[in-house]
Design a protein around this ligand. Structure first.
Ligand code: AP5
Ligand code: MG
Length: 189
C-alpha cells in the first residue's frame, strides 16, 4: 500500500510526478488544486467561493479545503492508497490530516519534497500558462509557499517522513530518483 504526500513550491513538478506514481501504483492522485479548478469550472458553491483566492495565488480558506479532503479520502478508491498533491498546505491542514488519518486507521508512508530553484519555477510556469501562471501571481504563490507551506518541511522532517528530491532534472530523472528514494508498493492493481 502506498500513501504519499507531495510537497514543493508551485511548479516544482508535484502534479507531473504524482500522476506518474499514481499510474504506476494504481492509486488515486488527489490534487486539491485540480479539484478546486473543476469546481470553479462547474460553477459550484465551492467553486464560486474558491475562485478569487485561486486567481490571486492565495490559499483557499481551510474550512473549504478540509471538508473536501475528508470527503475525498473517505471514497472507496482511496482505501487502498493515495497520493496527496498540494495538500496539506499549512500546519493547520497537516494537523487536521494527522487526526483524519488516525480516525481512518491509515498512515502516510513518506512526504516527498521536490526542490527546484525559483527562477526555473517561474520559467516553467510562464511557459505552461495556466490562469494563475502570470508573473505577478506566480510571485505571490511563491511567497505564500515560503510563509505557509515551507514550515511543513520541518514538520514532516521531525516526524521522520520527509524525503527531499532534486526536482531540477528531466521529468524521467526525477521519477527515477523518486523510485530510488521511496519503496513504492505497486504490486496489486
Ligand atoms: P495547485 O494546483 O496545487 O498549484 P501549485 O502548488 O501552485 O502548483 P502547480 O500545480 O502550479 O505546480 P506543480 O508542482 O503541480 O507542477 P507541475 O507538475 O504542474 O494550487 C493552485 C491554487 O489552488 C493555490 O494557489 C490555492 O489557491 C489553491 N489551493 C490548492 N490546494 C490548496 C490547499 N490545500 N489549501 C488552500 N488552497 C489550495 O509542473 C509545472 C510545469 O512544469 C508543467 O508545465 C510541467 O510540464 C513542467 N515540468 C514539471 N516537471 C518538469 C521537469 N522535471 N522539467 C521540466 N519541466 C517540468
Ligand atoms: Mg499541480
Amino acid at each position: 500500500m502506498t500513501r504519499l504526500i507531495f510537497l514543493g513550491a508551485p511548479g516544482a513538478g508535484k502534479g507531473t510526478q504524482a500522476q506518474k506514481v499514481a499510474e504506476l501504483c494504481h492509486i488515486p492522485h488527489i490534487s486539491t488544486g485540480e479539484i478546486l479548478r473543476n469546481e470553479v469550472a462547474q460553477g459550484t458553491d465551492l467553486g464560486i467561493q474558491a475562485k478569487s483566492y485561486q486567481e490571486k495565488g492565495e490559499l483557499v480558506p481551510d474550512q473549504l479545503i478540509l471538508d473536501m479532503v475528508l470527503h475525498r479520502l473517505s471514497e472507496a478508491d482511496a482505501q487502498s492508497g493515495w497520493i496527496l498533491d498540494g495538500f496539506p498546505r499549512n500546519v493547520a491542514q497537516a494537523k487536521f490530516l494527522d487526526e483524519l488519518l488516525e480516525k481512518l486507521q491509515q498512515h502516510c508512508d513518506r512526504v516527498i519534497n521536490l526542490e527546484v530553484p525559483d527562477q526555473i519555477i517561474v520559467d516553467r510556469l510562464l511557459k505552461r500558462g495556466r490562469k494563475d501562471d502570470t508573473e505577478e501571481v506566480i510571485r505571490r504563490r511563491l511567497e505564500v509557499y515560503r510563509s505557509q507551506t515551507a514550515p511543513l518541511i520541518d514538520y514532516y522532517n521531525e516526524r521522520h517522513l520527509l524525503v527531499s528530491i532534486q526536482g531540477n532534472q528531466s521529468m524521467e530523472e526525477v521519477t527515477a530518483s523518486l523510485k530510488k528514494a521511496v519503496d513504492l508498493d505497486c504490486s496489486t492493481p
